[in-house]
Design a protein around this ligand. Sequence first.
Ligand SMILES: CC(C)(COP(=O)(O)OP(=O)(O)OC[C@H]1O[C@@H](n2cnc3c(N)ncnc32)[C@H](O)[C@@H]1OP(=O)(O)O)[C@@H](O)C(=O)NCCC(=O)NCCS
Length: 244
Amino acid sequence: MPSPSLKRKFKQLAENEELINKINSLPQGEFHQRFFGSNTLLSYKEYDISLKPILDMNKIDLNACLELIEKTSLADYKASERGWKPKHKLDEMHEDNMQYLLVRQRPDSMDASGSRPKTLNGDSKPADDKEANSRPPEDQGLAGFVSFMFTIEDDYPVVYIYEIHLDESHRGCGLGRHLMDAVEHCACEGKVDKVMLTCFRRNTTALEFYTKVGFREDEFSPPPKRLRGGKLKYPSYTIMSKSL
Ligand SMILES: CC(C)(COP(=O)(O)OP(=O)(O)OC[C@H]1O[C@@H](n2cnc3c(N)ncnc32)[C@H](O)[C@@H]1OP(=O)(O)O)[C@@H](O)C(=O)NCCC(=O)NCCS
C-alpha cells in the first residue's frame, strides 16, 4: 500500500499532467483566445507579433527561425558537447505542442532597405516605401521569434522557452523583454509553477538579459563535476527559471 504522502504525490502528478494536457489539447483558436484574446501583447512599438503552433508554421518561417538561431548561436553550439546539428535542431523545433511568437516589423515603419527600424526608440518616419508597404506580412523578414511549450519538467507543470532570438538590428529596444513578458503571461494564465529555459554558459549577454528579467539558476540545473585534480568542470549550459 502506498503511504499517504506517496498517494498525495501521485495525485499531484496526475493533476499536473491533466493541467498540461488540457492546455495542449485546446484547438488553436481557443488557445489564442485564452492567452492573447484580451490583451495587447501581440503588438510592440513598430512590431506585429503572430502566434503560431508548430502545425501552422510554414517552411519559410521555420527556415528563417533556424537561420536566426544559426546566426546568433552557431559559435555557442560548436563550443558545446552537442555541436551544431541543424537536423536535430529542426526536429526539436517540430516537437508537438511547440508554440511560436513570430515578430515582424510593420512595413510602414521600415526604411528603404525594408529591414531595419528607422529609430531604436520606436519613433517612425512617415511611410514612403510603397514596395515594402504592399508586401504581405509573411513576406516581411523575421525580426525575431520565441518558441515555447506547456510541459512537465521534473514533475512540475511549466512553460519551457526553447528559443528566443532577435536579429541584431532589432535588439536593445525592449523587444526581448516584451517577448519574455508575453510568455510569462501565458504561464500565469495557464497556472503553471514556473517558466524555464536553457542557456549556454558562454552566452553571457543572454545570461545577463535573463537575470535582468527575473530568471535565476534552477534547482535542477546540472552542477559542476569535480575532476580528479579537484578542479570544477562546469557543463556548457545552465538551466534557469522564474517561479510564478
Ligand atoms: C537576448 C536577447 C533576446 C535580448 O533581447 P533585447 O531586445 O536585446 O533585450 P531588451 O532590449 O528587451 O533588454 C531587456 C533588459 O535586458 C538588458 N540587457 C539586454 N541585453 C543586455 C546585455 N547584452 N548586457 C546586459 N544587459 C542586457 C537590458 O538592459 C534591459 O534591461 P532594462 O529593461 O532594465 O533596461 C537578444 O539580445 C538576442 O536575440 N540575442 C541573440 C540570441 C540569443 O543569444 N538568444 C538566447 C539564446 S539562450
